[in-house]
Ligand binder design. Structure first.
Ligand code: COA
Length: 258
């Protein structure tokens, strides 16, 4: 059976490509299982500093869950299909930065996957949306929770209640994507950012991501206290000593991840 998720390496960056091009890279059980396996391997591999997720081909990032699997399915079967561990939550809390390289249609579960990533870079040809309403469904992979946090309640209502797609520029203007680039430059731009991030101390990246993720659940006063604790925790690392010494010595820091 052909792999539903491909993994390749570029320096310290792992690229995961959802590989169901004739099915718009729709997410099914095989994608779920293979993604979880790749993420576990990446988590345990110190030579990987960042992850990029994309879709195969030139047209689709991910056009959502595989709609074929929904036909005739009972609530219990659906619950089994959505059993823990949840891929989207793992990505959001993954100890290494995860970038979504949005190369085309980014719909439903595809949009939810992208929203679980830390940074979203989109091709100017990408189209994004939550069209579940057209199937008699609502988003089930975090869309009703992550979308309003990114774009505000009104924009989330508009997208989820209408099922309309938006182009990359509009998605950027509302905060759904962070950067839009010409389609042909998407890979180079995304990999350049991923490589730059992956060149930092993995330990510090992990703490920074954890602090930012905490802002999604904590009130501002608690978040600021939590940040202070994490900031002070950085003073226990060799990488803090190295970073400061390298600045003072006017040389490049060599991170140890300790
Ligand atoms: N699940 C399963 N198959 C899907 C799919 C999905 N979410 N999205 C697309 N496909 C399949 C199509 O059925 C088609 O397969 P076929 O050639 O065997 O018929 C193939 O992928 C290509 O899609 P197609 O619809 O022919 O391309 P298009 O350019 O005309 O339209 C989209 C592209 C993305 C607008 C359209 O495919 C679409 O609306 N997809 C569903 C999006 C959706 O509702 N996602 C939420 C799911 S919860």
């Amino acid at each position: 059976m052909e792999a539903a998720v491909l993994m390749e390496r570029e320096g310290r960056v792992a690229i995961l490509t959802i590989n169901r091009p004739d099915k718009a890279n729709a997410l099914n059980e095989q994608v779920r299982i293979e993604t979880l396996a790749h993420l576990e391997a990446i988590q345990n591999d110190d030579s990987i500093g960042a992850v990029v997720v994309t879709g195969s081909g030139d047209k689709f990032f991910i056009a959502g869950a595989d709609i074929k699997e929904f036909a005739g399915r009972s609530p219990f079967d659906q619950r089994e299909a959505m059993r823990f561990p949840r891929v989207f939550d793992i990505m959001a809390n993954f100890p290494k930065p995860v970038l979504a390289m949005i190369n085309g249609f980014c719909l439903g579960g595809g949009c939810e996957l992208a929203m679980s990533c830390d940074i979203r870079i989109a091709s100017d040809k990408a189209r994004l949306g939550q069209p579940e309403i057209n199937l008699g469904l609502i988003p089930g992979g975090g869309g009703t929770q992550r979308l309003p946090r990114l774009v505000g309640s009104g924009n989330a209502m508009r997208l989820i209640l209408s099922g309309d797609m938006v182009g990359a520029a509009e998605a950027q203007s509302m905060g759904l994507v962070d950067q839009v680039v010409a389609h042909d430059e998407l890979r180079a731009t995304t990999l350049a950012l991923a490589e730059k991030i992956a060149s930092k101390s993995p330990l510090t990246l992990r703490v920074a991501k954890e602090a930012i993720r905490a802002s999604e659940r904590l009130a501002i006063e608690e978040g600021i206290l939590y940040e202070r604790d994490l900031f002070c925790l950085c003073f226990s690392t060799e990488d803090k000593e190295e970073g400061v010494a390298a600045f003072l010595d006017k040389r490049k820091a060599e991170w140890k991840g300790r």
